[in-house]
Design a protein. Structure first.
Length: 301
C-alpha cells in the first residue's frame, strides 16, 4: 500500500518509527509536512498539492497533527477524506478530541468516569465555582494548554481564587477540576489501536510534581491495568471516534477517571517502557481496514 504520514518533522521519534515499521511490512511510506500542503477545494476532483506537484492517491493517511496546527491540519485530513483515502484518525474525531470541553461533555454524557469539573470564562462567583468541584485542593487548567503547560495545582481556596482571577485577567477559558490526591502524581497512559488497548504504562511525576508528563521529566514503567481500566480506555476512544489514541487515566477511589484522550500520542515513551512494537500494530490495523472511502464522515463532517 501507499501510505502518507502527515507530520511537521521527519526526525521526530514517532514519525521515524512509523516510517520504519511501514516499510518493514512492505509498504511505500511518504512523510509529508502538513503545513506545506495546499489544496484545491472547489474542484469536482479534490486534490492536495505539495512542493508544486499534485500528490498521488494514498491508500491510507496517518495524521500526526500537533495541537498548534489543529485547524489547518484537520482541513488537510478532511481533503484526503474527500479524495477517498482511509484516514487512521478522521478530521472530525481529531477536532473533537482537541476541544477539551467538548470531549469531556461527550464522555460525561456516555457515563465515562471523570474528575468533577467546572468550566468558566468570567465567573461572577469564584468561591461557588471552587465549591462546586469539592473545594481545594483543585487543579486549574487553561483550556488550550498542552503537555502540562497552563496547569496549576491550587492547594487552598484562597490560592485557587487568585489563580482563577489571574486567568480571568488574560481573558482565558479555564477548567477547574477536583484534585485526585490518591493518584500520587501518576497517571496511566493506555495506547488504543482499533478498539483494543495494545500497551499501557504508568507515568510518574518528579518528586513534588503533580503533573506526570514525560516532557516535564516524568518517568514511565509498564503497568498491568484492570478490566475496568481497559474498558474505560476503549470506550473513551470509541466515543471520540478515534482508531489510534492515547487515553490518560487516573486511579481514583471511585475507579478510573479519564483526564484526556490524545489523538496524536507519542510512541517513544510507550514503546520504550512497554517493549512493544506499537508502530507495527498501527500498520496491522491499517492493513485490515484501509479500503477506498472507508471513512465514517467521507470528508463531510
Amino acid at each position: 500500500m501507499r501510505i502518507a504520514i502527515l507530520s511537521r518533522s521527519k526526525n521526530l521519534y514517532s514519525t521515524k518509527r512509523l516510517k520504519e515499521a511501514g516499510e518493514a511490512r512492505g509498504h511505500e511510506v511518504d512523510i509529508i509536512d502538513t503545513l506545506h500542503c495546499y489544496m484545491d477545494i472547489t474542484s469536482s476532483k479534490p486534490t492536495v498539492r505539495f512542493k508544486g506537484e499534485q500528490l498521488p492517491h494514498y491508500d491510507a493517511i496517518i495524521p500526526r497533527i500537533g495541537a498548534s496546527i489543529t485547524f489547518y491540519g484537520t482541513a488537510v485530513v478532511r481533503q484526503f477524506e474527500m479524495m477517498g483515502s482511509f484516514c487512521v484518525n478522521e478530521s472530525v474525531a481529531i477536532s473533537r478530541s482537541r476541544d477539551k470541553l467538548r470531549s469531556m461533555q461527550l464522555l460525561s454524557r456516555k457515563g465515562i468516569g471523570l474528575p468533577r469539573t467546572g468550566f468558566a470564562h468570567s465567573p461572577d462567583n469564584i468561591k461557588d465555582l471552587i465549591k462546586n468541584v469539592g473545594g481545594a485542593p483543585v487543579v486549574i487548567k487553561l483550556l488550550e494548554g498542552t503537555q502540562g503547560i497552563g496547569v496549576v495545582l491550587a492547594e487552598s481556596n484562597k490560592a485557587a481564587e487568585s489563580v482563577i482571577e489571574a486567568f480571568m485577567g488574560i481573558k482565558s477559558n479555564i477548567l477547574v477540576q477536583e484534585f485526585i490526591e490518591e493518584a500520587g502524581g501518576s497517571d496511566i497512559r493506555c495506547f488504543v489501536v482499533g478498539n483494543k488497548v495494545v500497551a499501557a504504562i504508568k507515568r510518574q511525576g518528579q518528586e513534588g510534581e503533580f503533573r506526570s508528563n514525560l516532557h516535564r521529566g516524568g518517568s514511565a514503567e509498564v503497568v498491568r491495568i484492570s478490566s475496568e481500566e481497559r474498558a474505560t480506555a476503549v470506550s473513551a476512544a470509541k466515543i471520540m471516534g478515534l482508531n489510534v489514541c492515547g487515553v490518560d487515566l487516573l486511579r481514583s477511589k471511585n475507579g478510573p477517571v479519564v483526564m484526556e484522550v490524545n489523538s496524536s500520542p507519542g510512541l517513544e515513551g510507550i514503546e520504550t517502557a512497554s517493549k512493544k512494537d506499537v508502530a507495527s500494530l498501527i500498520f496491522e490495523f491499517i492493513e485490515k481496514n484501509a479500503r477506498p472511502n472507508n471513512n465514517k464522515t467521507k470528508g463531510t463532517g
